[in-house]
Design a protein around this ligand. Structure first.
Ligand SMILES: *[C@@H]1O[C@H](CO)[C@@H](O)[C@H](O)[C@H]1NC(C)=O
Length: 325
């Protein structure tokens, strides 16, 4: 591989002059104007803190209150954990680069960042599917809920997303490591995102793109099919309930989940399926911001603002803390 890469490099350098081998990448970020960068710094720092605190509170509330040790909340805690991790792969490095006015990221860090950004987005996706399945059992088979949702199954349903997402990320990373990077090391992005790295490579990326397409499509469609199937059953079950109050109760347990799902898939559809006048590079960046920053930030709001149990636990926690002082 080394000789192949240097052959490609020499081939290019015949036209372009100086010989470089890439040991680091440059992340151009979202803007190169100083004023806009300062604004982005404040904005992303704010979103980062909100995400970490919001999701942290959810994990805290769920782990401290044994009332909330039900499958639904344990999955939710897992989602919050994935959200904190997801935003932590990209935003702190971006903030540091703006702060120190440097754009570089080492080759190894770049690959690591790409690996974990894939892992956590894929986990998020699968957990949404798992949570839909949980609501499906709760509403469509309420009498069998406890027998179906055994602790063993719950643990399995949280481990599967982790295993699958690591397999996906490993596949992409191993394929990426086969590629050569020649003289251009500038990523017009705020983190090392797989698609931008592929664009930068001077090797043939046909196989990588094909794998990205196939894996990406199955990672999106499989959970989405699960969610769709669950919600069809849920809607049918809700329509059968005769009392308005019962209908509302059943619906409200799903409403928060449905909001997250719509946000998540709305983003995918909006960004990738409606190519508008925006430049493809900008579209990728907008998509990345929505996936890695906005969705993780919104999740706690959507759940805790609508959820009496979590609000109650947090209130109890705060009261206990203040009465101890
Ligand atoms: C994730 O879910 C598993 C089982 O469903 C649970 O044991 C674990 O505590 C959860 N993780 C977090 C961070 O809450």
């Amino acid at each position: 591989k080394k000789t192949l890469c240097s052959f490609l490099q020499i081939n290019r350098n015949m036209h372009q002059g100086n010989q470089t081998s890439i040991s680091e990448f440059l992340l151009l970020g979202l803007s190169n104007e100083t004023e806009k960068q300062n604004l982005l710094y404040v904005l992303f720092l704010g979103m980062y803190l909100v995400t970490v605190v919001g999701n942290g509170l959810i994990i805290l509330a769920i782990s401290l209150d044994s009332y909330l040790h039900t499958p639904m909340y344990l999955f939710l805690a897992n989602l919050s954990f994935a959200d904190i991790s997801s935003i932590s792969t990209s935003v702190p490095k971006m903030l540091m680069n703006i702060h120190t006015k440097r754009q570089s990221i080492s080759y190894e860090s770049c690959i690591t960042q790409m690996y974990f950004s894939i892992v956590f987005v894929v986990i998020d996706n699968f957990l949404l599917g798992v949570m839909a399945y949980d609501r499906f059992v709760a509403i469509c088979h309420p009498l069998n809920y406890t027998t179906i949702m055994q602790p063993r199954l719950c643990i399995l349903l949280t481990i599967i997303p982790w295993v699958l997402s690591n397999i996906v990320a490993l596949t992409h990373t191993l394929l990426l490591l086969e590629l050569c990077f020649c003289d251009n090391n500038t990523l017009s992005h705020f983190f090392c995102d797989l698609a931008s790295l592929l664009k930068l490579s001077c090797s043939d990326t046909m196989i990588n793109e094909l794998v990205l397409f196939i894996v990406g499509l199955s990672v999106i469609t499989f959970p989405f099919a699960l969610i769709l199937f669950s919600y069809i059953c849920i809607v049918r079950a809700v329509l059968i309930i005769s009392s308005t109050e019962g209908k509302w109760k059943a619906f409200s347990t799903c409403a928060s989940h449905l909001t997250v799902v719509l946000l998540f898939y709305g983003t995918i559809v909006g960004v990738y399926f409606f190519p508008s006048s925006t430049h493809p590079d900008d579209r990728d960046k907008i998509g990345a911001v929505l996936f890695t920053v906005v969705t993780p930030m919104m999740n706690p709001f959507i759940y805790s603002l609508r959820n009496k149990d979590i609000k109650g636990t947090l209130r109890k926690l705060i009261n206990r803390k203040t009465s101890c002082l």
